[in-house]
Write a protein that binds this ligand. Sequence first.
Ligand SMILES: [Zn+2]
Length: 170
Amino acid sequence: MKYIFCPKCGKKLIDKYSWDEGSIPYCPEDDIMYFDTPKPCIIVAVVKGDEILLLKQSYTFKDSKVLVSGYVTNGESVEDTVYREVKEETGITIDDVQYLGSEYLESKEILMLTFMARYVEGEITKSSEVEWVNWVCLNNAINEMNEDEIGKRIVRKVLKEMGFTEDGNI
Ligand SMILES: [Zn+2]
């Protein structure tokens, strides 16, 4: 998002030259440069044996199951976000968090950092913001995620990492 007014004091920003980035909106009052940066977000495929953790949140996709995801909060590392979001949304503990690459969502200015992780312990206890959450066979997951394009690409990477073919055969 390109800032026009200072989010702290409300004054109109001026242009200030930054060596690396060119002209940047700047508040002389607060001495802050407002860079046009994306919002970092995580999305994680949690795997347990030959199953994967999927959930349903109709405010994101009406008719599709999705992977666990959430925004990175100030003060935490991206890995912290991965552990926290899985715990908050499903109640389970994970480990072996592995980075799978990133994707940019232009419509929402989101930088999606994608991961896979291994289930360690805990029963599923869904949060109130989740309608449904459960383990789904890896070989059937893609069929249930029709609207979640990024999620499907991650599941394909997970299948490859685990030595499966796309339809779930070894
Ligand atoms: Zn200001």
